[in-house]
Design a protein around this ligand. Structure first.
Ligand SMILES: C[S@@+](CC[C@H](N)C(=O)[O-])C[C@H]1O[C@@H](n2cnc3c(N)ncnc32)[C@H](O)[C@@H]1O
Length: 248
């Protein structure tokens, strides 16, 4: 189930997902401890987690791939500002067109780049070097949604689109991974993400209430908020799995 797309590039978000800077830095340190030579992020957005990993692994090279041009431009710009431009390539394109193996592979909020969750885990397993890890960030059902909550989510959402957390981890083990870390986003991370997602557009609307596009922006914001508060809240979660593969 992909996130709604829209104004994220212009938003106040640090990450395009429910991820605190504390968790991101902890994950970056955990991944850095494995001394990866290469890190590839499929569906990287503007690649903030990728850049944080490169900052704590001076010898590592990174690649970020995303179909969304403005996000790739933002990633390149941030890399240049932080002195990382010579160690990271941001590629605008689809994940499957640029797939290559790495010691650390990231797919966070972006499994749809490879299909369903099981299809993504099958594809990603082939892209992790022996002894390497996959950071897999994906949504799951924290609780079973009611029919009413499902009706308030993205159009056409069904209960089959997400796994429960134990089943999500079981899919990973079935595909040949072992779970080294199983973490889930907190209520605070989810609220920061959903609020931050809309914050830039809400600020714009306050300052531009008479603009010809104001009605459309207001409607999109109200829709986004309703999906979150009437649909997703309390039933939808987001997991961060660090998944290891055998060294031989
Ligand atoms: C929810 S965002 C997550 C971005 C990033 N991983 C993060 O956590 O900040 C999902 C991203 O997947 C990208 N995406 C979707 N389909 C893709 C594909 N086929 N190939 C590459 N990227 C894709 C979207 O453009 C979007 O930036």
């Amino acid at each position: 189930m992909p996130f709604a797309s829209g104004f994220a590039s212009e938003s106040h978000l640090t990450f395009h997902g429910p991820l605190s800077t504390e968790r991101a830095d902890r994950i970056a340190a955990e991944l850095a401890a494995r001394n990866p030579a290469t890190v590839v992020d499929y569906g990287c957005g503007w690649g903030e987690l990728l850049l944080r990993i490169l900052e704590v692994t001076p010898g590592t090279r990174g690649i970020g791939i995303d179909v969304r041009g403005p996000d790739i431009a933002r990633g390149r710009d941030n890399a240049a500002k932080r002195g990382l431009a010579d160690r990271v390539d941001f590629i605008e394109g689809s994940a499957t067109d640029h797939a290559g193996a790495a010691d650390v592979v990231i797919s966070s909020g972006a499994y749809q780049a490879f299909g369903t969750v099981p299809e993504a885990l099958t594809a990603l397993r082939q892209l992790v070097n022996p002894g390497g890890v996959l950071l897999f960030g994906a949504d799951y059902w924290e609780r079973t949604p009611s029919e009413q909550q499902l009706a308030h989510m993205w159009p056409g959402t069904t209960i089959d689109e997400c796994f429960y957390l134990p089943d999500l981890v079981d899919v990973a083990t079935t595909e040949g991974f072992r779970p080294l870390r199983i973490q889930t986003a907190t209520r605070s991370e989810l609220e920061e993400f959903e609020s931050g997602y809309a914050a830039g557009a809400e600020e714009w609307l306050l300052a531009n209430g008479d603009h010809p596009e104001a009605e459309e922006v207001r409607a999109r914001l109200d829709d986004h908020r309703s999906i979150w508060l009437r649909g997703l809240r309390d039933v939808w979660g987001f997991a961060y799995l660090i998944l290891g593969v055998p060294s031989s």
